[in-house]
Write a protein that binds this ligand. Structure first.
Ligand SMILES: [Zn+2]
Length: 212
């Protein structure tokens, strides 16, 4: 199987804004896109370092986001605090298992999945892996796509709160876990933009069969 020529090997830079392929005069100072005027960058600057910092920060925030209460419900003067998992269990036992499943996927599994995916992409790029480039690019696009819909997590939580609040004798307040939860969402969204998917292809140049 012959390896495809990458843009970098051909001395070309793709404009990240409009997609125009530009032959750069020099790799260090590629200048601006002649079509849309955006600054050209052959690779996002310090992509791996920045993405690692954001992923690690998000992973740290993920722990209190799940351990601290996200929801306080006050009924007849007594307040109960629930973590995300506590909320999932409450929804499940009170009969609304589809809602429990949605909250579990949106709030627990999706953020964890994004962290694992970004960590895997970073490690594979650092180890200069040149196998399954297409799959890894697809994985990156998925993380990027989910990022755009990450506010779904917040939506689901608000929706749940609204449902609970339908009971007239209940008052609902956000717990400290919400702050960390929002931090996880924002940090992984930024991490998806600092990671440069073109790095996936840099280790290539050699056919896949030659790498053992
Ligand atoms: Zn452009």
């Amino acid at each position: 199987m012959a390896a495809a020529l990458t843009a970098a090997q051909a001395g070309l830079i793709g404009c990240e804004h409009c997609g125009l392929l530009v032959r750069a005069a020099s790799a260090d100072e590629p200048g601006h896109c002649p079509r849309c005027g955006s600054p050209l960058e052959s690779r996002r600057r310090q992509s791996i370092e920045r993405t690692w910092a954001l992923v690690i920060a998000a992973a740290i925030c993920y722990i209190p986001a799940n351990l601290l209460p996200v929801l306080g419900t006050t009924t007849l003067g007594s307040t109960e605090y629930d973590t995300i998992m506590g909320g999932v269990v409450f929804l499940y036992t009170s009969g609304s298992w589809p809602l429990a499943l949605i909250v579990l996927i949106a709030s627990v599994m999706v953020p964890l999945g994004k962290l694992i995916a970004l960590g895997y992409l970073l490690i594979s790029v650092q180890r200069r892996s040149s196998s399954s480039n297409r799959e890894r690019t697809r994985l990156y696009r998925m993380v990027e796509f989910i990022g755009r819909w990450s506010m779904l997590d917040v939506f689901v939580d608000t929706f749940t709160v609204a449902l609970v609040q339908l009971s007239p004798l209940m008052a609902v307040s956000p717990g400290p876990g919400v702050m960390f939860f929002a931090a996880v969402v924002v940090l992984t969204m930024i991490a998806a933009t600092t990671f440069d998917p073109r790095l996936i292809w840099d280790a290539g140049g050699e056919p896949e069969s030659r790498i053992g």
